[in-house]
Design a protein around this ligand. Structure first.
Ligand SMILES: Nc1ncnc2c1ncn2[C@@H]1O[C@H](COP(=O)(O)OP(=O)(O)O)[C@@H](O)[C@H]1O
Ligand SMILES: [Mg+2]
Length: 256
């Protein structure tokens, strides 16, 4: 995937990126102070990519993920999903695009204990602006249950399952809407190493099958599973050698 991405870039990005960030900044301002959480992020994510994001606490990882997921809007810069500018959307438009295009997997599985496993997975489909027929919801949920090997637990409640199983249900819920991008924040943070490894193997398999992933992780072993590793420091993406990445300059140099 990295090779494809590099090739696309050197050919003048013949294939449009699924996700394109240009000059993204995020400033959190209070009466007393301004925090520059992101200081100019340029990032392309292509279909089928597996991007990992590492960096010390406070460097802007969660801020970047929440902007990518349209949970928040940038202070400045451009953000395009499949060629559509989304940086200036209203909250309700953003919610609509988020529901259609983006799946989330969090450290704390965020399942609803009052609902069955089946209904947890179906939830994103039931929030769609255009409602789907019941049979299609059923078929999609079953397909996702199969992908995470949890068909036998469809009628259980999340609190009757182990942590590893709950994270697999959360993965199924993230997949049910066929998202263009899966955003993953410390997916193994609440799991022991055996269950963590199993969840990571599952994410790797999903990526092999074509799902586009962007994952924040502290674990170098898991970051290494990605096809592209990004290091954030103080709101900027660092190059592999540790210097701030000058993506536009690099592209101009390699392009004819
Ligand atoms: N809602 C907010 N209000 C004010 N400051 C914030 C807010 N969210 C994050 N920050 C600040 O922005 C910086 C980046 O935070 P964050 O993205 O959470 O870092 P990370 O996830 O890498 O630990 C930090 O200095 C943090 O204190
Ligand atoms: Mg964070």
């Amino acid at each position: 995937m990295t090779t494809n991405t590099a090739l696309n870039a050197s050919l003048g990005a013949a294939t449009p990126a699924t996700i394109a960030l240009r000059g993204i900044t995020k400033v959190f301002a209070t009466d007393e102070m301004e925090t520059h959480a992101l200081r100019g992020i340029d990032l392309d994510i292509y279909t089928g990519d597996f991007v990992s994001i590492c960096g010390p606490s406070g460097c802007g990882k969660s801020t970047l993920l929440s902007l990518l997921g349209l949970l928040d809007m940038p202070t400045s810069g451009s953000y395009q999903i499949e060629g559509h500018e989304v940086s200036g959307l209203s909250l309700s438009e953003a919610a609509y695009i988020r529901n259609e295009k983006i799946g989330f997997i969090f450290q704390s599985f965020n399942l609803i204990d009052e609902l069955t496993v089946f209904d947890n997975i179906a939830l994103p489909l039931r929030y769609r602006r255009t409602s789907l027929p019941k049979a299609e919801i059923e078929a999609r949920v079953q397909a996702c249950l199969q992908k995470v090997d949890m068909t036998h637990r469809a009628g259980h409640r999340p609190n009757q399952l182990s942590g590893g199983q709950q994270q697999r249900i959360a993965i199924a819920r993230a997949l049910v809407g066929n998202p263009a991008l899966l955003l993953v924040d410390e997916p193994t943070g609440n799991l022991d190493s055996k269950n963590g490894d199993a969840v990571m193997e599952m994410l790797q398999q999903l990526n092999n099958d074509g799902t586009t992933l962007c994952m924040v992780t502290h674990d170098p072993r898991y970051a290494d599973m990605a096809s592209r590793k990004l290091h954030l420091l103080d709101g900027r993406i660092l190059d592999a050698d540790g210097s701030p990445l000058q993506q536009h300059v690099t592209l101009k140099q390699v392009a004819p």
